[in-house]
Unconditional design. Structure first.
Length: 508
């Protein structure tokens, strides 16, 4: 019987720490629901002590999401651990994940603590956590640069104190795969409590040198039985190990790893698109598993081979990750029932109101395009369903521009149902539109990023614009799509402003 590898998803905690990737409570709940469909074993829903908003989101997820264990991160501090417990105690399978740094550089430069003090603190706080919760995970932060003998000592001590999972993090992405695999083997060999008490050995690898997935898989081969990862690999700095790459490597090479996960891989693509849409973190086209080119073939010899036998150049089936190969697209003559069926086939279960929103937006796109593809439908759902409350909405935009004309934009917005308008000149048409929106909303946030991506091919392509604005050291993401790139730009900017307004009133 194949060994089971638990998938610990930290998209909502470590993933959300990626600059510009923060989500509001409603968005975190949407991701948590998709992670439950994906059938991850553990959802690390946040860092309860970090803010009231994070605490509330973790608590709501613990109360509503069924299936996975729900976990909160906590430093080895009494107040952190008690706050984490208050957030997760409402779920069927609560977990507290506590950590303290164990590398010489972290203990000396960051903690200003001796190894003896670190050991004592870890044992005391694990005991406290275990008095509250049966499922306790402990991480020796920066384990990849820690002294092996000290690692063995502290891991054995916290297991005796009540830890049930030991996570070995390569916090700064420093180790090499063969080196990290050897570390896991040595930990298992030199800490007898691991086998005696059937402790779960977990790994959490960062991607600073592009080795997060390779290190995680080396650890699995060496005996680790839990991997911590995120959707699309998002996270601090260069990111975390990518869930989809870990899962599909284990599934595709079961002959090599002799293990399996509980993941419903057909939900992978939908999870990837959801996280990308909500965070504004675009998936690069050549990204393994979920990138736009992952199952595309352009070279003639590749095309010839695939047409004869797909397995010549495809080691996985697109259907295995929930990506349909169907070329059937929707058009303006399609009705609500056809749209509902198509969206259901794509994995979207929309209620009556959400379907009507999607349908009205679908009709607008279908009037401008000959065909509406599955990718177009994904953007429609992302734009019309997964949204924050809108204080401001676009009513009308008129733009004058040319080689000998100063660009000018007349923007009409509705504010809580009442129309307001402004006409402004700018350096270009987008600049004019953005200045008008800024004047109308009276939001003076800095525009830090503006990007355009063609979603589908052809001159009638649906264009997707993502913007990031900054206010008081916090980044807000806006996303808009339209066949008119100026309208898409306005939608994205206004979406970011609405998110800023929502965050300032809904989240501390």
């Amino acid at each position: 019987m194949a060994r089971k590898i638990k998938i610990f998803d930290t998209t909502l905690r470590d993933g959300e720490q990626c600059p510009g990737a923060s989500m509001n409570p409603k968005e975190k709940m949407e991701v948590a629901r998709q992670l439950a469909k994906l059938n991850v074993d553990v959802i690390e829903a946040g860092f309860a002590i970090a803010s009231q908003g994070d605490f509330d989101a973790i608590k709501a997820i613990a109360q509503q999401i069924k299936g996975p264990s729900i976990c909160s991160l906590a430093r080895t501090k009494k107040e952190d651990i008690e706050r984490a417990w208050e957030a997760v105690k409402h779920c069927d399978k609560p977990r507290i994940h506590t950590f303290i740094a164990t590398s010489p550089i972290h203990m000396e430069k960051k903690l200003h603590m001796t190894p003896e003090k670190v050991l004592k603190t870890a044992v005391e706080m694990v005991k406290l956590a275990r008095s509250l919760c049966e499922d306790i995970e402990f991480s020796p932060e920066d384990a990849g640069r820690s002294e092996p003998e000290f690692l063995y000592k502290i891991i054995g001590a916290v297991i005796d104190a009540g830890a049930t999972t030991i996570n070995v993090p390569d916090t700064v992405g420093y180790t090499m795969p063969w080196e990290f695999g050897a570390l896991i083997e040595k930990i298992i060999k030199n800490v007898p409590q691991i086998k005696k008490k059937k402790i779960t050995i977990s790994v959490h690898c960062h991607n600073d040198l592009g080795l997060a997935v390779a290190n995680s898989l080396a650890a699995v081969k060496a005996g680790a039985n839990q991997v911590e990862c995120t959707i699309n690999g998002i996270g601090e700095r260069a990111g975390n190990a990518s869930l989809e790459e870990i899962v599909m490597a284990i599934k595709t090479r079961k002959d090599f790893y002799d293990c399996e996960t509980n993941i419903n891989s057909q939900e992978i693509y939908k999870a990837s698109r959801l996280v990308s849409n909500l965070t504004g973190m675009l998936v690069q086209p050549n990204k393994a598993i979920v990138g736009a080119n992952a199952f595309a073939h352009e070279a003639g010899i590749h095309q010839h081979g695939v047409l004869k036998a797909k397995e010549t150049y495809e080691i996985m089936k697109p259907e295995d990750i929930g990506l349909s190969e169907s070329k059937i697209v929707m058009g303006k003559h399609s009705g609500r029932h056809a749209l509902q069926k198509k969206l259901k086939d794509m994995g979207y279960e929309l209620d009556k109101d959400a379907l009507e929103k999607a349908y009205q937006r679908f009709l607008q796109v279908a009037d401008k395009k000959k065909e509406v593809s599955e990718r177009d439908l994904e953007i429609i759902v992302a734009e019309e369903v997964y949204v924050v409350p809108e204080d401001y909405k676009i009513e009308k935009i008129e733009i004058t521009s040319g080689t000998h004309i100063k660009p000018e934009a007349k923007v009409v917005l509705s504010y809580k149902g009442k129309p307001i308008e402004k006409t402004v000149q700018g350096a270009g048409p987008v600049d004019a539109v953005y200045k008008a929106i800024e004047d109308l909303t009276k939001v003076k946030a800095a525009l830090v990023d503006y990007s355009i991506q063609a979603i589908t091919g052809g001159t009638d392509a649906l264009g997707e614009v993502t913007v990031r604005i900054k206010d008081k050291e916090r980044i807000y993401v806006g996303h808009g799509a339209d066949t008119d790139i100026l309208i898409a730009s306005a939608k994205a900017y206004l979406a970011a402003i609405n998110r800023l307004i929502y965050a300032s009133t809904a989240r501390p």
